[in-house]
Unconditional design. Sequence first.
Lengths: 221, 310, 118
Amino acid sequence: MIVAERKPIDEIRAFIENCKKILLVGCNECVTVCYAGGKKEVEILASALKMAFMKEGKELEITEVTLERQCDHEYLEEIRSIIGEHEAVISLACGVGVQFMAEKYPQVPIFPGVNTLFMGVTEEKGVWTERCQGCGQCILGQTAGICPISRCAKRLLNGPCGGSTKGKCEINPELDCAWQLIIDRLKELDKLDDYDKLVPIKDWSTERAGGPRKVVREDLK
Amino acid sequence: METKTPSKLEKILAAGHLAVTSECGPPRGSEGEVISKKAEMIKDYVDAINITDNQTSVTRLCSLASCIRLKLMGLEPILQMVTRDRNRIALQSDILGAASFDIHNILCLSGDHQQFGDNPQGQNVFDLDSMQLIQTVRYMRDEGKFLGGDEIERPPKMFVGAAANPFADPFEIRVRRLAKKIAAGVEFIQTQCIYNLEKFELWMKQARDRGLLEKVYILAGVTPLKSAGMAKYMKNRVPGMDVPDEVVNRMSGVPKENQAEEGIKICIESIQRLKEVEGVRGFHVMAIEWEEKVPEIVEGAGLYPRPKVK
Amino acid sequence: MRLSYPDSIRIIRLPCTGKVDVIHIMEAFEKGADGVYVAGCLDGECHYLTGNLRAKKRVEYAKKLLDEIGIGGERLEMYNIAASDGPRFAVVAKEMHEKIKTMGPSPIREAIARKKAA
């Protein structure tokens, strides 16, 4: 899922410094799972913002809503009737949801309440780690199910580099060296000879470098 | 042995001599003279000189400009090129830049992560990795084409090298990695500096058993230790470095004012021992910020004067 | 036991401190509480096994949040008191009372008072 983290309160406050009534919108999907922007987080943030304003002698009225998702038209439509009553919106959805909302409601300023980070997994409760960079040409079949593009700090396709130390990355002793993981997995699968094959130069045009991407399914339109 | 390029380094190796290379680090400014002075100190004691490429991700005068300076001095440069900072367009372009000055040696590297340097907030590129860069140079040289397929006018004639680290983890695939680099087209290797000679000899043996030593020239890396402190630092703080306790103890065992001399002695002894290892075709002396000791080391190891080739 | 403790303390009873969520703490402060403390079972003796451990972590999180908005995380504390330990309960109550008294009223309570007066 998409993993995000709440922005510092000060930063969020600065967005709505001069507002008296705002809409705070959470999302029931990814940001709920990583405890950044779900219903609970909306409640907590609303309380925190109200208190922050009260402390300054100001008042802030907050309407709290949590939508199923903010990346689909039908759910964002649900706030159409009330959004106009607010001076600004803080969305706790990932960057995708914030933008979609801004597209839908161009007359109201929309601000992000979280920093969107990566596509990842819940390794254990409270710990989320990155797994995918959306390169558009998945090579997991050749790397024993471990992605060197998202898990190697240098995205080496023929790693490891000379800095790999005791299975950890040179930039952080707590970060697993992706290539060590790949080699270990290949050994377990009895496929270490696959390591000898050179991975060719990658076509990065399907990744961010090629420009914003789009998928169309004519059969579904 | 046949040579494929006009590289002096290649000629020396092909003729069966033990080659000697060393490296110079460019300055953190635009004073090109710094390079010339360092090169002057060592030029009669080495066959070719590496110029590092923003090593440890610290921004310095670029390797290409420094190599051009050396070439214009009549010396033999080895262009070190990392893939951290440049995409395939810039890499091919810089290769042509070097070739336009008839620079005939290149060392293909991935590069240290930018976190270590003076711009940890910067982007990194890694459009290619070191193996793919090796493939690229060979392709440009042997097919005379750009990666995109167009013809190159006056293709580069470069002798292609790479680094190898017998001491990095995991040890078990270090020889496979060497094989991969050879499959990619590498022609000479400079290893990480060697203090654990046993481990190096083991790596060489495994390489020999795979038939790799007939396909590539291995230059054994050596670095003289300046002090016991340096030995300890390298042992504990530098990833991919193997400094055995005996070496640290030997350095600690002599008084501080004699440690530098002991470090040089260890270096010379290592070279002497490494000469006996089958497949070692030369030495890469990395005397970081201690270039003035290179002549002493080369002489002490019986590698002076350097052979002349046409 | 008929021990006394300050009447500034308002007790909210729960089956387990594991039931305390960050929002409950926030709302207490929002409504003007000068201080909040969470009293759970002794370490390792939670009746529901890990409830008091969760409470501790949530209290830590809420403390940071309160610092971030300038209310002060020191107004919130977690204590471990055995259910039968009346004397300790009284001691903690007095301790918390004194601490908050020294800190003064919470800025939120003052804001609420100002608003009422206006």
